[in-house]
Design a protein around this ligand. Structure first.
Ligand SMILES: N[C@@H](CC(=O)c1ccccc1NC=O)C(=O)O
Length: 312
């Protein structure tokens, strides 16, 4: 237990209502533009560096290890995933399934294999999932695709030693939506053992009011239906498996709204009885938090490995 538990809901401040509702349009844009908050590079340069590191990590992963690329998990052209295996072959491997960010409009599996090197070196199979970003895909479709990709991994590798979901930013939103998934209609319940939610957005209502995302979320109903924070708070679900671990993490230099989103999800999950922890990662921005996963000694890489191996 830590001090946070006793805190009042952060969206119910003294004047009531969520803090973003009192922000000007410009301030809201600012809060939801992660690249404006980086401290060591300019905004453009940070985005360029992020793509470059992602591209290089992916090329390295594809050139050095055993892998299966462009495996279809559905009938759609965009429904493909890449699987990277550890060198040592074993019957039951833990799988980490990663969903990239890019505000549901950009990003690709082909430049998102950041964590493959350090994780496969320790015996974890890593799956990088492609999904149809907007305008081709809607949020409902992306959520359905992500669900389908996890069902595919479970069916393909029924002997897995656990499936761990990891998502960054918009990808953390998609991963968090899986806390609400109804697996029974898919004929298989994935062996989900953990969630690593990195710098995510869990309440989409404020995002509706930003220019970049207005076309993606046109009604409040769309936003609420696709908001894990809203579902978990208004109708708390019981943990699917009470042993399932959730890490909610945010970078120190992420914007105050990103901090609020992560803290509130953490608090809501905790009240719901989930096994959840919260980490603000020191001196990293929205992009460094992910590109540092290319390093085996990075604190988040180590947390992920410890979580996976303390249980199997
Ligand atoms: N236009 C956005 C780009 C962005 O948010 C982003 C880019 C790459 C990976 C994740 C991102 N954010 C959330 O999904 C920005 O201002 O940073």
């Amino acid at each position: 237990m830590d001090g946070m538990d006793g805190m009042d809901d952060l969206d119910g401040g003294p004047e009531g209502g969520a803090p973003w509702k009192r922000m000007s349009k410009e301030e809201l844009e600012n809060q939801y533009s992660p690249s404006r908050w980086v401290v060591r590079l300019g905004a453009e340069e940070a985005l360029r560096t992020y793509s470059q590191i992602g591209n290089e990590a992916t090329k390295r992963a594809q050139a050095t290890g055993r892998n299966l690329l462009d495996v279809p998990y559905g009938d759609g052209e965009g429904e493909k995933l890449d699987i990277y295996f550890p060198e040592a072959v074993s019957e039951g491997l833990p799988f980490l399934v990663f969903f990239h960010g890019g505000y549901w409009q950009s990003g690709s599996k082909d430049s998102s294999a950041f964590m493959v090197g350090p994780l496969t070196a320790q015996g974890v199979a890593v799956v990088i999932v492609a999904y149809d970003v907007a305008p081709k895909g809607t949020l409902d479709q992306m959520v359905a695709q992500v669900t389908q990709s996890i069902v595919f991994v479970q069916k393909q590798y029924p002997g897995n030693q656990g499936i761990y979901l990891c998502g960054h930013s918009a990808g953390a939103h998609l991963a968090a939506m899986m806390l609400l998934a109804n697996w029974t209609k898919h004929g298989v319940t994935p062996n989900l053992k953990g969630f690593f939610l990195v710098s995510g957005i869990y309440d989409l209502e404020p995002v509706m009011h930003t220019s970049e995302n207005a076309s993606l979320l046109t009604t409040l109903e769309d936003a609420q239906r696709n908001s894990p924070q809203w579902h978990l708070k208004t109708a708390p679900t019981q943990p699917v498996d009470p042993a399932c671990r959730i890490l909610v993490t945010v970078g120190q230099h992420d914007s105050p709204e990103f901090h609020r989103q992560s803290r509130e999800l953490y608090q809501t999950l905790r009240r719901g009885g989930w096994k959840v922890s919260f980490e603000e990662l020191h001196d990293v921005d929205h992009f460094e938090i992910l590109w540092n996963l290319t390093q085996k000694d990075y604190v988040l890489t180590q947390i992920i490995l410890k979580t996976i191996f303390q249980e199997s």
